[in-house]
Design a binder for this molecule. Structure first.
Ligand code: 8IG
Length: 289
């Protein structure tokens, strides 16, 4: 019987994605010496430099050393996990430099493993960043845009069963407010996640525009759903690295994406660092209890 129970427990941790996330969180706590985290960030295309401005890195490791994390498939993504002590507030941030994309074909649970792990470390807030295509022609490459809402066009979901999660305020309004205090010039837009790995056709971009999207990308929407399921507040910020196909007449290239990220790096790093500092600042006396 003991052997049977052992085999069942092994099977459970290998098939239950929530258990795998708890195992990953325990491994992070053990390896880092940081028992819990307050906030987590996923750094997408163009955003990897932002971690350095957040505060002191107290631990970092190759993500593949932690259960459930896969090596990154995209040039420009860094497969590193970091625990950072936020400058000024002392809060603990878990930085996920590795993202598994839906187009890798590893399944939705692999895509949202980082978010579920963040929740299991104790994080209450998930900051999701990405590089994406912009539909609004005034958003030149290198423009950061707050995500106000999303359209999940992947045909997939991280949830299973009769789990009717409300997504009315998926991207927490109070967090968007804080980001706009840091940079009042920030625009907002609806992010539409396509499956990828192709960029859209111009006709698909026109469809996206017609149904209410302003940003098109290959990440974030599935992760935001998993974050909300876990009860996390969500902040999403896109870096428009290219105009979506057919908007400018130019062809899209991954090189262009990397270049826009490099140029916008300092500005978006400061935006992210200051926003996270304010999110994690303790409430001032006289403020909300
Ligand atoms: I960076 O134009 C980046 N990622 N779907 N479309 C989609 N994903 C993207 C794009 C884009 N640019």
């Amino acid at each position: 019987m003991a052997v049977l129970r052992y085999l069942q427990s092994m099977t459970a941790s290998h098939t239950d994605p929530y258990q795998l996330a708890r195992d990953a969180a325990a491994a992070i706590a053990e390896a880092s010496g940081v028992p819990s985290h307050d906030l987590a960030l996923t750094l997408g295309s163009g955003w990897s430099g932002a971690a350095d401005l957040l505060g002191e890195t107290v631990w970092q490791a190759d993500a593949t050393s932690i259960p459930g994390f896969r090596p990154p498939a995209v040039a420009g993504h860094v497969g590193t996990l970091r625990s950072i002590q936020i400058e000024g507030t002392g809060a603990r941030a878990l930085v996920l430099g590795a993202r598994t994309h839906f187009y890798e074909g590893a399944g939705v649970d692999a895509v949202v493993h980082g978010v579920r792990t963040a929740a299991a470390t104790g994080a209450r807030t998930m900051v999701l960043t990405n590089g994406c295509g912009g539909i609004n022609p005034s958003w030149t490459p290198g423009t950061p845009v707050l995500i106000s809402d999303q359209i999940n066009f992947t045909g997939a979901t991280p949830l299973a069963g009769a789990n009717f999660v409300d997504l009315t305020d998926l991207y927490t309004p109070a967090l968007r407010e804080i980001a706009r205090e840091v940079d009042p010039s920030l625009d907002e837009g609806v992010y539409m996640q396509f499956s990828g790995p192709t960029y859209e056709t111009p006709a698909e971009v026109q469809m996206a525009k017609t149904i209410g999207a302003h940003l098109v990308g290959m990440s974030t929407a599935l992760e935001a759903i998993a974050a909300r399921e876990a009860g996390l507040d969500v902040l999403g910020i896109s870096l428009v690295t290219n105009l979506a196909a057919g908007i400018s007449g130019e062809k899209l290239s991954h090189e262009e994406v990397l270049e826009a990220g490099r140029e916008a790096g300092p500005r978006i790093s400061r935006l992210l660092a200051e926003t996270v500092r304010r999110i994690t600042a303790p409430a001032t006396a006289g403020g909300a209890a």
